[in-house]
Design a protein. Structure first.
Lengths: 417, 334, 196
């Protein structure tokens, strides 16, 4: 059924269709609307049987999900930003124990300076935590990915993180096609755990493992992720047949068949990039797009094939590996068969900085002209940076950087949470 | 609390011999029905108070729930000594997640059981003092505040023993640990205000809070059974001496635990909804010195000359406990 | 694609207005996208929300930098925030006020604009009258339907009923319909003036 709703609401309704049994909620912007909507559905009895638990921290949210999943329940939570970092120990634990928790990450920057707006630093900080990480381009895909995530996670006994851009998607009203309960029930079988805490068959979960077997346990985790690479395309196809939409899969190529330059990105910015690409195509420029839907496991072979013909690659990413440059681009380089120097990194949209078509098209044009640096920062205000550096050269006690910059810009600091 | 305390005066330790009791009041541990929830063959040190406490507590909980029990365990000695890969001593469904989240994991298990309509299966969370009073404190308080259907048992050996005897918020003043060295002007742990987690648990107004020691195992079993007869958040704080960390002889674990109670340093009581409902009175009052002297962690107090000021400070804490909880028999107090 | 930017203050229902407008467009089988300026602004602070309407799927995620229409929910923002940024001379401006563009001090700026694209509506007064609170968003959407013709007043009314319930919904619908008539009258007068 077509609906015009907020992204968070759409995701919440889709999750409810997946019949979660335990939902843990701790407020952090911009994911709050999702758990609020779910909490209301549980309280009204629309979503039943389900336990909705207001926990005291994100660390507890993931921990309650771990306990619930280990006891055989379908468990869900959502977080963002600082919350994801605060639960990080339990995030690794959930994947280490092989518990198929599904979590929405409403992507948001990480402080300091504290910032509530969108970028991918939070999800990228957990890229090696052993979870499957899927990135949604639209609200439709966000809700579809959640349905796929429960099935994928439960089949593999692996937790799945569905990443959707905070505010840009979570708070956007747009058209979605909401599946029916019957459709979801047909696609997503009930959860049959591989391991479960049950007095009739006592097991110990989470035993200490020493050097004699730890490598093997970790290797098996890797094998499971590789298995996901095999399953995801087929299940996305099955999803397409059942729901009539292309959602999920490992990646999506757009107008890239004959492209000399392929732009690689994750999440909602792909939409803006596609508009730029259409405009540049009209001017005869051979440019295309590669959207990465599944970031972990890294779809090495699929990316390699998708980029095989490209002479140049621009990786546009909303996260910065400080002291290195790009995170996504580092992954892309391992899968690009051409000269690694042809892969350029554009860091964009940090802390919610708008990514505009004008800026994108300028960067892509530079790339085609060969003047785009290996690492660049979209719409970076050099004068602000220069002033900060000059201040630090001049005085030892130069003060807090963020506050100085805000003073330079002459704006009042945004209020938070 | 229907439990009738068993009083025997034996020579020496007051240890109650089951053979002196009629079969129906003997401990769970002495019966054929005991489940060996924490089975023999684990890797705990000789004389480990925590292993003893856990064995009694879990078997009593199994008995009380007709063997419908799931346990969540914090990181720590108990977890490490019971599950060295590929072995496990646990004969009950058991999970270890991380150090600080045990109460929350237990909440999740309880929620799953509730949603699946398996309310007969009960949940116990357990951890050491570090996993309870320090790193696990946030999740513990959250579980209490929501009144989740979980019994949390803290096995308190007053320091981080698993990592080599470092101070926790349960370490008493003056005690030597690896991070509160017995050197300088005030050797050993500083005297803080203390972190009285049983009192904090009571402040959450949860249905049941109790303290116990491994010196009175009938009492410990009875409290676990009482707790399992109640729904909602429950807390039992068990003092479990650690021969390694406390520096006492392995065979003295029970004696030291008894002295902690008999000096008044560790009050043994029960509380319901924030009110103390019963106390285990001191049977033969001892000065704190009797408790402190056999433990190497307090050895620096008994040099030449002894540090009488600090000993007096510890005695004052014991006296305060005796007053606060009414630990003496009325005639003795008078 | 038609792009609308709504300026107002926290508490005036700016974001709700954008969302409601997107629902109205959706109800008329168009694609629409509404999103806030992603702040966490408190009551009284300047707030911006955006709405795009198109015949095909909208992929663009940048803020509305070149609006086709501006809705100004609070005229005190006119000289505080660069509300007109990116607006082309054929754009639409709808201001919540009882005063004229000249009296608001923006007469000079809008000199080259189409007279029939410039409207004012006493939205706060209409809201106070019909809803009991001076929340001008619903009335402005009625005015927007009239000045732009991009959504029908009936779709606006239906969208308001989806977004609100009971007496509040009906009050908002009445305010929107009255604003719609008010603006239509204004446009009629403006085109007569032009013709004359």
């Amino acid at each position: 059924m077509l609906k015009q709703v907020e992204g968070s609401r759409a995701v919440a309704e889709a999750i409810a269709l997946c019949r979660p049994e335990v939902i843990c909620a701790y407020p952090i912007s911009p994911q709050t609307h999702i758990v609020e909507a779910l909490g209301e559905m549980v309280k009204r009895g629309v979503l039943a049987p389900c336990e909705f638990i207001n926990v005291e921290s994100e660390f507890a949210a993931m921990s309650v999900a771990i306990g619930a999943s280990a006891a055989g329940a379908r468990a869900y939570t959502a977080t963002a930003s600082q919350g994801l970092l605060f639960m990080a120990e339990a995030v690794f634990n959930a994947s280490g124990l092989g518990l198929p928790v599904v979590m929405t990450v409403a992507n948001r920057a990480i402080g300091a300076p504290i910032n509530i707006w969108n970028d991918h630093t939070d999800a990228m900080s957990q890229r090696d935590c052993g979870w499957i990480q899927l990135f949604a381009e639209t609200n439709q895909e966000a809700l579809d990915l959640h349905i796929q995530a429960f099935r994928l996670g439960e089949e593999l006994s692996l937790p799945v993180m569905v990443c959707m851009d905070g505010f840009i998607l979570t708070h956007a009203y747009e058209r979605v096609d909401m599946p029916t309960q019957a459709q979801v029930d047909a696609y997503l079988p009930p959860y049959t755990p591989r391991q479960s805490l049950d007095p009739s068959e006592p097991v110990s979960i989470g035993a200490m493992v020493g050097p004699e077997a730890f490598m093997e346990v970790r290797y098996l985790a890797h094998v499971k992720q590789m298995r996901a690479l095999e399953l995801i395309p087929g299940w996305a196809e099955e999803f397409r047949q059942a729901f009539g939409r292309d959602s999920g899969g490992l990646l999506h190529s757009y107008r890239s068949e004959d492209a000399e330059l392929i732009v690689v990105a994750l999440g909602s910015v792909l939409g803006t990039i596609k508009d730029s690409v259409d405009a540049m195509r009209e001017r005869g420029i051979r440019i295309g797009v590669l959207g990465i839907t599944c970031f972990r496991p890294w779809p090495h072979d699929a990316v390699r094939a998708a980029l095989a013909q490209a002479k140049q690659v621009v990786v546009l990413e909303k996260s910065l590996a400080v002291g290195l440059g790009g995170i996504v681009s580092t992954n892309v380089r391992t899968s690009y068969t051409g000269d690694a120097r042809a892969v350029r990194t554009v860091i964009a949209g940090l802390g919610g900085r708008p990514i505009t078509r004008t800026a994108l098209e300028s960067a892509f044009t530079q790339a085609l002209e060969g003047s785009l640096e290996a690492l660049s920062f979209l719409d970076l205000d050099r004068s602000v940076v220069e002033r900060a550096l000059a201040r630090e050269r001049e005085v030892r006690r130069s003060g807090p950087i963020a506050e100085n910059i805000l003073r330079d810009l002459g704006v009042v600091g945004a209020r938070i949470r | 609390m229907s439990y009738q305390p068993v009083k025997f005066y034996q020579t020496g330790t007051f240890t109650v011999g089951n053979r002196l009791l009629p079969p129906d009041v003997r401990s769970v541990q002495s019966t054929q029905r005991r489940t060996n929830s924490l089975n023999s063959g684990h890797r705990a040190c000789q004389g480990c108070g925590e292993a003893l406490g856990a064995r009694y507590a879990m078997d009593a909980a199994m008995e009380a729930t007709d063997r419908q029990l799931i346990a969540a365990n914090a990181t720590g000695c108990l977890e490490v000594f019971s599950t060295p890969y590929p072995e496990t001593s646990w004969q009950i469904p058991w999970i270890h997640s991380v150090f600080g989240n045990t109460a929350a994991v237990a909440t999740g298990i309880a929620a799953a059981l509730k949603v699946k309509g398996r309310s007969e299966v009960r949940v116990v969370a357990q951890g050491g003092d570090g996993g309870t009073t320090d790193i696990g404190f946030g999740c513990l308080s959250g579980m209490f505040e929501r009144n989740d259907d979980v019994l949390f048992i803290c096995y308190d050996n007053e320091a981080y023993m698993n990592t080599g005897v470092q101070r926790s918020s349960a370490t008493p003043g003056a005690a030597r640990t690896a991070t509160t060295m017995a050197v300088g002007e005030a050797p050993g742990n500083v005297f803080g205000q203390g972190k009285n987690v049983p009192a904090i648990a009571m402040a959450h107004e949860i249905p049941y809070v109790a303290t116990a020691t491994v010196a009175e195992l009938h009492d410990l079993e009875a409290k676990v059974k009482t707790a399992m007869g109640i729904r909602g958040a429950r807390y039992i704080h068990i003092l479990v001496p650690c021969p390694l960390g406390w520096g006492h002889a392995s065979q003295d674990t029970i004696r030291i635990a008894r002295l902690a109670k008999e000096t008044g340093l560790f009050p043994v009581f029960e509380a319901a909804y924030g009110e103390v409902t019963s106390v285990s009175r001191i049977r033969r009052r001892q000065p704190v010195e009797a408790y402190l002297r056999p433990q190497k962690r307090f050895a620096h107090l008994f040099g030449d000359p002894p540090n009488s000021a600090v000993i007096a400070q510890l005695q004052a804490l014991a006296d305060r406990n005796i007053r606060r909880y009414g630990l003496l028999e009325p005639q003795e107090a008078a | 694609m038609f792009q609308i930017r709504i300026h107002g203050r926290g508490g005036q229902g700016v974001v709700t207005a954008a969302e409601t407008l997107s629902i109205a467009a959706f109800l008329e089988n168009r694609f629409a996208q509404a999103f806030p300026s992603f702040g966490s602004e408190r009551t009284g602070a300047p707030v911006v929300a955006f709405c795009r309407i198109d015949e095909r799927e909208i992929r663009l995620r940048e803020p509305v930098l070149k609006p086709d229409a501006l809705i100004i929910q609070d005229p005190t923002l006119l000289h505080q925030v660069d509300v007109f940024s990116g607006l082309a001379p054929d754009g639409y401006i709808l201001i919540n006020t009882t005063r004229s563009f000249d009296a608001l001090g923006v007469g000079e700026f809008v000199r080259g604009f189409h007279a029939t694209h410039l409207c004012t509506v006493p939205a706060s007064e209409l809201a106070r009258k019909h809803v009991g609170r001076p929340v001008p968003n619903a009335a402005l959407l009625g005015g927007f339907a009239a000045v732009s013709g991009r959504v029908s007043i009936d779709a606006v009314a239906e969208a308001l009923r989806q977004k609100f319930s009971g007496a509040i919904a009906e009050g908002n619908v009445t305010a929107a319909r009255e604003a719609y008539e008010h603006v239509r009258q204004e446009i009629k007068e403006a085109s007569h003036a032009k013709a004359g």
